[in-house]
Design a protein around this ligand. Structure first.
Ligand code: ADP
Ligand code: ASP
Ligand code: MG
Length: 421
């Protein structure tokens, strides 16, 4: 008997029929003697629908919706899901109880719409588990020190599940979704993508941070910090399949690297259209210039990702960096405010039609020529590279977003990922 956490995403919870299937699957694990905690997301499309209502309300008012109220609204999607799943379990004779984040409580900081979990009280959950109940905890939500409801950022139910698993020292956290594991790249973009049996924690962290939305990055951080055994697998199989087969399916996130992994040149390709690029042209090339530009950006609480500064010509240089697309307008405001006059840039150019494509793999440490094959492949497709950044286990490029899918497909082929294990 073990304590197991299951997480079900929006598609897995997407209809009455699917919720019944989730209940059947959870009941099977419960019957096998496991203590079960289940963390569901809102039904698919529901969080978008709720947030759009808020957007519709403020439209034309010139004011944005307040983040606190957005969380009040968005958190209700998961509240419906936990109640429905609990009822579905009770309907098949399984004792179940549901809790919203604040009832556990899942304590977070007060950064509405992107709160961070600070602690999870396990007492109430443990008491119910000991009484033989399945405990259902709302994903994506928590409560701050003043009792305000918070949410954890889009895709945050993954993080709720892994954090609950860490708090309860669960034997395993199973993330059930609409694909049967982590693939070499998004199988919706490249149908030839292959499922990975295992992926290292480090690779998963890079893939999540570079845009593979199969797991929210903070969930991977939690898994790493608390060594939570985490597996991504399908909720679309027959819920009555043999438990032992199900338990070893999908993709396991490992903390050990084996030889086969090192042999692979790269493990996966991540991509996203989440960023925007800003270029300041002809800024004077003198000490302190990067700080004069990025200091005020950081002070406005805006994260910067890639940065490049060109060779100086006649004492001036072009300086480019990327930020999250949601923060593009705010960044432009900061630069056009105090920064522009202070640094005497010729122009401030914004481009939010960029995409970032990244190769990820621990094999990069021991293989040379990865960047050059990447650049050669993109050149053959006539795709211009605007920015490059590398780390020990990833190489990323920024390109025009209209070539993103072409780039991903070409790279997937060039690196032989169709043949991945
Ligand atoms: P859930 O609602 O279950 O949380 P998400 O939509 O958030 O599901 O994440 C699953 C989706 O992630 C898949 O349907 C797939 O399109 C996408 N995805 C992106 N990159 C990958 C990848 N490398 N492997 C698997 N799925 C990926
Ligand atoms: N329902 C939330 C979202 O759509 C959280 C999640 O699905 O993980 O972002
Ligand atoms: Mg998700």
């Amino acid at each position: 008997m073990a304590l197991i956490v299951h997480k079900y995403g929006g598609t897995s919870m997407g209809s009455v029929e699917r919720i019944r299937n989730v209940a059947k699957r959870v009941a099977k694990w419960h019957r096998a003697g496991h203590q079960m905690v289940v963390v569901p997301s809102a039904m698919s499309g529901e969080t978008n629908r709720l947030l759009k209502l808020a957007g519709d309300i403020v439209e034309g008012s010139g004011r944005g919706a307040s983040p606190r109220e957005l969380d009040m609204i968005a958190s209700t999607g998961e509240q419906v899901s936990i109640g429905l799943l609990s009822i579905a379990l009770q309907a098949i004779g399984v004792q179940a109880v549901s809790y919203a984040g604040w009832q556990v409580p899942v304590k977070t900081d007060s950064s509405f719409t992107k709160a961070r979990i600070e602690s999870i009280d396990d007492a109430r959950i443990r008491a119910d588990l000991d009484a033989g109940k399945v405990v259902i905890v709302a994903g994506f939500q928590g409560v701050d020190a003043d009792g305000h409801i918070t949410t954890l950022g889009r895709g945050g139910s993954d993080t709720s599940a892994v954090a609950v698993a860490a708090a309860l020292k669960a034997a395993e956290c199973l993330i059930y979704t609409d694909v049967d594991g982590v693939y070499t790249t998004d199988p919706r973009i490249v149908p030839e993508a292959k499922r990975l049996e295992k992926v290292t924690f480090e690779e998963m962290l890079e893939m999540a941070s570079l845009g593979s939305k199969v797991l929210q990055i903070r969930s991977v951080e939690f898994a790493g910090k608390y060594k939570v055994k985490t597996r991504v697998l399908s909720s679309m199989t027959d819920p009555d399949i043999d438990l032992n087969i199900e338990a070893t399916s999908g993709t396991l996130i490992t903390f050990e690297e084996d030889e086969a992994m090192e042999k692979a040149v790269i493990s996966g390709i991540a991509f996203n259209r989440d960023e925007a690029k800003i270029t300041l042209t002809q800024v004077p090339d003198r000490p302190g210039i990067a700080f004069s530009i990025l200091g005020p950006v950081a002070a406005a609480n805006i994260d910067v990702d890639m940065i490049i500064q060109n060779q100086s010509i006649n004492g001036t240089t072009d300086f480019s960096f990327t930020v999250h697309r949601n923060e593009f307008a705010k960044t432009m405001d900061v630069l056009n405010g105090s920064v522009k006059d202070a640094i005497k840039a010729k122009e401030i150019l914004g481009d939010n039609k960029i995409a970032k494509v990244s190769l990820v793999g621990i094999g990069m440490r021991s293989h040379v020529g990865i960047a050059s094959l990447m650049f050669e492949t993109l050149a053959k497709e006539g795709i211009n590279i605007q920015m490059i950044s590398t780390s020990e286990i990833k190489t990323s490029v920024v390109i025009d977003d209209k070539y993103m899918e072409l780039a991903v497909r070409a790279l997937h082929k060039a690196f032989g990922l169709e043949q991945a294990a």
